[in-house]
Ligand binder design. Structure first.
Ligand SMILES: NC(=O)c1ccc[n+]([C@@H]2O[C@H](COP(=O)([O-])OP(=O)(O)OC[C@H]3O[C@@H](n4cnc5c(N)ncnc54)[C@H](OP(=O)(O)O)[C@@H]3O)[C@@H](O)[C@H]2O)c1
Length: 318
């Protein structure tokens, strides 16, 4: 069976091999025929850290080839999206039923593949701020994989959304996502304070965001692509008592992640959430997608599609 393994001597540390063993799903796992997957910055890190022959792959979408033996989860032929810890980038993949959701026919495999890590992270970071109706929310890295979902979800929740983007060429895109204000810096004197900040950049951006909180405001911190932050109690003086930084990990809590991917897929089906896909390719070009990610060459998500399997259940969906 074909699938990706780590190989430090290959481009982006990845190699497509034909020698993977056929999966043997557990009682509560169905067998997925992979159709599409998305990549994440965290996976680039894992690929560089894990031993040779390790199998990456977290965000997957496809068709159920064989239902779980315990009767749970989707039936054969269902179109699904799922989140895995690893080993998702292979033609056939065992998937725990509680980590998957069935897709509406109006949601494409490509769209569905963008949702698990990035969508869950945005959704759960937004929840860290409680009710945001009418409140000011700042989204940093707003045109990134997580940021694009965060802007749309915060706006759909009734927040007044300010998007922080890395340059003027990102402003129009942030507005299209639904941001009410778009800024390229947090330094201006006129920026009113925020009830909630969703931050995946860290570094100086996090320090400046903390200084922009209302009293008791929250930073939901999910990433650190801008490096470590230098923080001092003085950075909290403006927000006074009780401001906080809350850690967010998209896949946690684990027991409701299938349910939450379902919530996101439902919003896509309703037209209330539109995944932005900035890079597309056949899965044989996965290494190129990681090179584009490292170069910050696209906005939104990079999605790979899997073609060329000769399985009758899958053929129906090609
Ligand atoms: N906690 C979790 O479960 C979780 C889940 C997903 C991601 N993450 C982490 O969160 C971070 C963002 O993930 P992502 O998937 O959204 O990544 P992404 O698709 O690469 O987007 C990153 C965004 O941040 C901006 N950015 C990156 N570095 C920056 C810097 N030094 N200064 C200013 N802006 C910068 C980018 O701007 P450009 O438009 O200029 O590229 C882009 O908008 C990563 O560190 C990732 O590992 C954590």
């Amino acid at each position: 069976m074909r699938g990706f393994i780590t190989d430090p001597s290959a481009p982006s540390g990845l190699r497509l091999t034909e020698d993977l063993p056929e999966p043997e799903p557990a009682e509560d796992e169905f067998l997925l025929g992979l159709r599409a997957y998305a990549i994440n910055p965290g996976e680039a890190l894992l690929i560089s850290q894990r031993p040779t022959d390790w199998r990456p792959g977290q965000d997957v979408a496809g068709v159920v080839l064989r239902a779980a033996r315990d009767g749970s989860g989707p039936p054969e032929g269902a179109r699904v999206a799922a989140i895995l810890d690893w080993a998702g980038w292979a033609e056939r993949v065992p998937v725990p039923t509680r980590w998957a959701t069935v897709l509406d026919d109006g949601v494409s495999f490509e769209q569905a593949a963008t949702l698990p890590i990035a969508g869950l992270t945005a959704l759960r970071a937004l929840r860290a701020g409680g009710a945001v109706l009418g409140r000011r929310v700042l989204i940093t890295g707003a045109t990134g994989g997580v940021g694009q979902f965060a802007v749309q979800l915060a706006a759909a929740s009734g927040a007044h959304v300010t998007a922080l983007v890395s340059g003027p060429d990102r402003v129009a895109e942030a507005r299209e996502l639904g941001a009410h204000d778009v800024v390229t810096t947090l330094d201006g004197p006129d920026l009113a304070p925020f009830h909630l900040v969703l931050d995946g950049i860290g570094g100086e951006t996090l320090t400046k965001a903390v200084r922009r909180l209302v009293p008791g405001g929250t930073v939901a911190l999910y990433g650190g692509s801008g490096g470590p932050a230098n923080l001092h109690i003085g950075d909290f003086y403006a927000s006074g008592l009780g401001a906080r930084i809350v850690s967010v990990f998209g896949p946690l809590p684990e027991d409701t992640k299938g349910e939450d991917i379902g919530l996101l897929a439902g919003l896509v089906a309703d037209g209330r959430l539109t995944p932005k896909i900035g890079w597309r390719g056949d899965w044989t070009s996965t290494q190129d997608a990681f090179a584009a990610l490292a170069a910050r060459d696209y906005r939104g998500k990079a999605v790979l599609t899997v073609q060329g399997t000769d399985c009758p259940v899958l053929d129906k969906w090609v």
